[in-house]
Design a protein around this ligand. Structure first.
Ligand SMILES: CC(C)(COP(=O)(O)OP(=O)(O)OC[C@H]1O[C@@H](n2cnc3c(N)ncnc32)[C@H](O)[C@@H]1OP(=O)(O)O)[C@@H](O)C(=O)NCCC(=O)NCCS
Length: 149
């Protein structure tokens, strides 16, 4: 498993993994624009040339935000997402961040187990935040990891 910064050249692969993982797709160009922006950054795990997973974030002042995180379907439960979160934590701590925030769908128990295991705590809820095809809107839970600086 090779963990490295995400590059604009990864955008197409990241868009494919994102489409496997979420109802609302992100295009490769949207991902490339985010990575090219001054505050946007990410990490990727590469195995056998293809990406296994990636994380995209934004750092503003002393707060970091995880914008998206996904592992390729057949490479899940092998520590990819946990490694990506640790990489973000190290990078934003070194850059002076005091906390990392993220939003997760209330019914996404796999991601919540992941975040809880990494020390994140739930601090709020946004009701009806996610539109869902054919079902009622779903709340977003807001989670924070305090970096204790
Ligand atoms: C959530 C997701 C990113 C986890 O990726 P992953 O690479 O499989 O996660 P890891 O292997 O690093 O798992 C680390 C820990 O998280 C928890 N976890 C991960 N997937 C889980 C699942 N399906 N059910 C319960 N716990 C889970 C476990 O505690 C796991 O440790 P363990 O395997 O030793 O039990 C992946 O399932 C995914 O891409 N889902 C779709 C996209 C998504 O929901 N992204 C997050 C949006 S907020």
């Amino acid at each position: 498993m090779i963990l490295r910064p995400a590059l604009a050249g990864d955008a197409a692969d990241m868009a494919t993994i994102h489409a496997q993982s979420f109802e609302a797709p992100w295009s490769a160009s949207e991902i490339a624009i985010l990575l090219a922006s001054p505050r946007g950054f990410g990490f990727a795990v590469a195995e056998q040339e293809a990406l296994s997973g990636f994380i995209l974030c934004r750092l503003a002042a002393d707060e970091a935000e995880i914008l998206t995180l996904a592992t390729r379907t057949h490479r899940r439960r092998r520590g990819v997402a946990a490694a990506l979160l640790r990489a973000v934590r190290g990078a934003v701590t070194a850059a002076g961040a005091r906390a990392i925030f993220l939003e997760v769908a209330a019914d996404n128990l796999a991601a919540q187990a992941l975040y809880e295991g990494q020390g994140f705590v739930q601090i709020g809820e946004r009701r009806g935040y996610y539109e869902r095809r054919g079902s009622a809107p779903m709340s977003a839970l807001v989670w924070r990891l305090d970096l204790n600086r």
